[in-house]
Design a protein around this ligand. Structure first.
Ligand SMILES: [Fe+2]
Length: 186
């Protein structure tokens, strides 16, 4: 078992499954972008991106109702928690930075640092798109899954604001190529 497998084991089963699906979809997007040399790193970032949620109390993580502001703040701390947790292992600084960035947005409204687009690594943008697609297309305690067609429409709607335009287009090509339908990109 390598170090990434060992770290992934720390997450709860739902988060672990989400991370594995995100890793696979993100890898496909990376290939469709022609960034073949970055596929392995993107997979690792995908598998680890929500590791910080291990520090969010389960009653908040699985709460079926709207989160209170202080609970929301705890959830929003998970990228930084992930960065810190990974500092305890032999994980490259670049991977840690991308985990830290996975909720940044290309219009500069993301968290934790409201980074400007030129500050957000392409690997983080790719994982952000795969994360968005898998999150909307999965059942959550507070809502049912949206379905892949509506999920992709939503990704298109927020490209250029929440999500990177080029990466969303590559994601659409992943699905239109027939490789991935619904959650069958696994
Ligand atoms: Fe996250």
């Amino acid at each position: 078992m390598d170090i990434v497998d060992k770290i992934v084991e720390m997450s709860d089963p739902d988060t672990r499954a989400h991370q594995e699906r995100v890793a696979i979809l993100a890898a496909s997007i990376t290939r469709h972008l022609g960034l073949v040399d970055r596929v392995t790193t993107v997979q690792v970032i995908g598998r680890l991106h929500d590791i910080g949620k291990t520090k969010v109390p389960p009653e908040i993580l699985n709460k079926p109702d709207k989160l209170e502001p202080h609970e929301f703040a705890i959830v929003q701390g998970h990228p930084l928690m992930g960065y810190e947790i990974l500092g305890g292992f032999e994980i490259p600084e670049f991977v840690r930075q991308c985990v830290l960035q996975h909720h940044e947005r290309v219009d500069g409204t993301g968290y934790p640092y409201r980074l400007q687009p030129e500050q957000i690594f392409v690997e983080s943008r790719i994982v952000a798109v795969a994360d968005f697609v898998d999150a909307l297309n999965s059942d959550r305690p507070y809502r049912p899954a949206m379905g892949i067609d509506d999920t992709l429409k939503e990704a298109v709607r927020v490209r250029g604001s929440h999500l990177d335009i080029t990466v969303v287009e590559a994601c659409l090509r992943v699905f239109s190529s027939g490789v991935a339908t619904n959650q069958q990109w696994l």
